[in-house]
Design a protein around this ligand. Structure first.
Ligand code: SER
Length: 591
């Protein structure tokens, strides 16, 4: 079964169980400053897991593109990926453990669906601790479906608990399904996930708690189900392949890399995987509007591209090549993710520019390297490049340690690897702290304030269009619990009069106490009704259109306040330049 068929079967199955199909959200979370990337299918749904009403109802299903960079150094082995797709079904306060487990069981074992043999399946459930009790209910449902005690493993929180994605937010015990990938005659009598030949294929999370800032677990007002099944992993299992890299999701990329390579490095497989993984991720990230740079998402992107270039050099690829691999990604996925086709020009350009830039820093780095070794007097017997200097080359010029070592060897130098590791680890700690800072506040920041600020952003957008003209369109939006920040196209500084007009207009609409309406519709219909909106091409067939009376109409993922009065008083704090032709407004809501 190909990935394409797996996606379709999954959607069809859950539609037959009353679920609505929703689109894959962008990789860069909209209006959520707490995480860099969408890391799981549930991530864009957090507001709805916390109780906001979803316009498509209480049963949802989709496939979602995700990025996880936590294991990035592991990429290159047969299983780790930076980009992956997750199939998921959700119950927003509708069905709970019984149905979720029965659905999973039927989809996995029924001859009509995946038809996996029962004797190769096993499950885990949460064993319980001082925060929450043993998940006896999940245990009993599996047991009733035919899983004996030796096929159900009880696990602690570190294995069988999901979330919150930030430090606070929705979470709960989960039950995970495993598939035996070893030889048939070696299936162990008693299942334990410690035997790595059992591979996790699906995770049903029972979200029944909200982790608060003080670290306590409070019952959620609604009980939700969040499930996740990795497309790459399950595709390879269904095809009896040892690794997802052996499936059609990667083969065309590998073929291209093999065509371009000049030498068979010792680590050919590893290099191939890193290049394919990193460039697949980069292609999707660029399609969602990111360009390589030095901060946040753009820095992650830069590292992915540069690492693939270095691996390419190891294979003797000496021309610009990243766009050629990206072409294969675009070919492979455009039917499912049309944003790739729509942005292909932009993708190839960004990759090629980054390759040019990297080449220049490489040249500079080589000069710097020569300066460094030139300082060592020739009569010294043990010539060593210090860890600090090796790290400097890594940090400033993107020199991997292996490259410094190779160059050092040619000149009769060795490298203080331990010193490098120390400097590197210190750096990692610092950047991890940085990452944690970003997660601080967590996804629970989908508080009433951020929702209200989101609605205020729509009012601001429309007011700017009415005061300044229809050339105004959104270039960026970022909301924290304190303020909104809105970037929009406009060629010059706004005058104090214009700012006052905009502020008055927004407040006038707020005072009219208008109910915010959300409709599910098609892009064409929304456009014909005059809706504005970003990223139209990203949303697949169905879109959500939010209307605030007949004042504003936008295609948007939500959530929004239900009535404008909730917003209170709107106040612009600042108007400034953001970049060429783009202005930025920061504004707040007060009581
Ligand atoms: N959120 C869970 C996961 O990522 C299930 O979707 O595994």
């Amino acid at each position: 079964m190909k990935a394409k068929e797996l996606r379709k079967k999954y959607l069809d199955f859950f539609v037959s169980k009353g679920h609505s199909v929703i689109g894959s959200a962008p990789l860069v979370p909209e209006n959520d400053p707490t995480v860099l990337f969408t890391t799981a299918g549930m991530h864009p749904l957090v507001p709805f897991l916390l109780g906001h009403k979803h316009p498509n109802g209480q049963r949802l299903v989709n496939f979602q593109k995700c990025i996880r960079t936590g294991d990035i150094d592991e990429v290159g082995d047969p299983v780790h990926l930076t980009f992956f797709e997750m199939l998921g079904n959700w119950s927003l306060g509708d069905y709970f453990k019984k149905d979720a487990i029965e659905f999973s069981f039927e989809f996995l074992t029924s001859p009509k669906w995946l038809n996996l043999p029962m004797d190769k399946l096993a499950v885990t459930v949460f064993e319980g601790d001082s925060d929450a009790p043993f998940d006896e209910e999940a245990y009993n449902h599996w047991n009733r479906l035919g899983f004996k005690d030796n096929r159900i493993s009880k696990r602690p929180k570190k294995d069988n608990w999901w979330g919150p994605a930030g430090q606070t937010g929705p979470c709960g015990p989960d039950t995970e399904m495993f598939f035996w990938t070893g030889p048939e005659n070696e299936i162990p009598a008693v299942f334990t996930p410690d035997d790595k030949r059992w591979v996790e294929i699906w995770n049903d999370v029972f979200m029944q708690y909200n982790k608060t800032e003080s670290g306590t677990y409070e019952p959620l007002s609604q009980q939700n189900v969040d499930t996740g099944m990795g497309v790459e992993r399950v595709t390879s299992i269904l095809q009896g392949k040892k690794s997802c890299y052996e499936t059609e999701l990667f083969q065309p990329l590998f073929d291209k890399i093999m065509e371009l390579r000049k030498i068979s490095g010792e680590n050919l497989e590893r290099s191939k995987r890193i290049i394919a993984d990193h460039l697949r991720a980069s292609t999707f990230i660029i399609a969602d509007g990111v360009v390589p740079g030095n901060v946040d998402q753009s820095y992650v992107l830069r590292r992915l591209i540069r690492r693939s270039i270095r691996e390419g050099r190891k294979l003797g690829i000496d021309c610009r090549f990243t766009h050629l691999v990206a072409e294969k990604v675009v070919d492979n996925y455009s039917d499912v993710y049309p944003e790739l086709g729509a942005n292909s020009g932009k993708i190839y350009e960004a990759l090629s520019n980054e390759e040019d830039m990297f080449e220049k820093t490489l040249e500079k780095g080589i000069k710097e390297f020569e300066k460094l070794i030139g300082k060592v007097p020739p009569h010294i017997a043990h010539k060593v490049i210090s860890g600090k200097n090796a790290f400097y080359l890594y940090e400033t010029y993107g020199f991997p340690l292996e490259l410094t070592e190779e160059m050092a060897k040619e000149k009769g130098f060795s490298v203080d690897k331990e010193g490098f590791d120390k400097a590197y680890q210190k750096h990692q700690e610092l950047s991890r702290q940085g990452a944690e800072q970003k997660f601080k506040g967590g996804l629970a920041d989908n508080s009433e304030m951020t929702t209200n600020l989101h609605t205020a952003t729509h009012l601001l957008h429309e007011s700017l269009r009415r005061v300044l003209g229809l050339h105004v369109s959104q270039k960026g939006s970022n909301i924290t619990a304190e303020r909104l920040r809105f970037d929009f196209s406009h060629p010059e500084k706004m005058t104090p009069e214009q700012l006052a007009k905009v502020e008055i207009l927004v407040n006038e609409i707020i005072k009219k106490s208008i109910d915010i309406k959300c409709e599910e519709t098609t892009v064409e219909d929304a456009k014909s009704k005059g809706a504005i909106g970003l990223f139209v091409e990203r949303y697949g067939d169905k879109v959500k259109m939010y209307s605030i009376g007949d004042f504003s109409r936008e295609i948007c993922g939500g959530p929004h306040a239900d009535n404008t009065l909730k917003l209170g008083n709107f106040k612009i704090l600042k108007e400034e330049s953001s970049s060429q032709g783009v202005r930025r407004i920061k504004a707040v809501l007060t009581k």
